[in-house]
Design a protein around this ligand. Structure first.
Ligand SMILES: [Zn+2]
Length: 95
């Protein structure tokens, strides 16, 4: 059962849709990185955030509290990544 009632206003993808845009910036797959919400403190992989792309870029919201966890805007010559809604991001690396 979804966390929120389905409606057009609430339509979103999951964070897996960020794999391509983030791969352009980082060499590791950040969708598997575990982020902790700055608002409610819960943590899960970036792939599980609720992703909205009706803005000029992508807005990722916490699947638990609904607050903004991240924003990503791609301009012709730059990427703007705002992670102020994420306290920490644990990125697994090969040992
Ligand atoms: Zn949260």
């Amino acid at each position: 059962m979804p966390d929120h009632p389905a409606s057009d206003a609430d339509a979103h993808e999951d964070g897996n849709a960020l794999a391509g845009p983030l791969a352009e910036i980082f060499t590791v797959d950040l969708t598997s990185a575990v982020g902790r919400c700055a608002h409610c403190g819960r943590a899960e992989p970036v792939a599980r955030i609720h992703l909205y792309n009706r803005a000029p870029g992508w807005v990722g919201r916490c699947p638990h509290c609904g607050e903004v966890r991240m924003r990503l805007v791609r301009t012709p010559d730059a990427a703007w990544l705002d992670l102020r809604g994420t306290v920490a991001l644990r990125i697994s690396l090969p040992s």
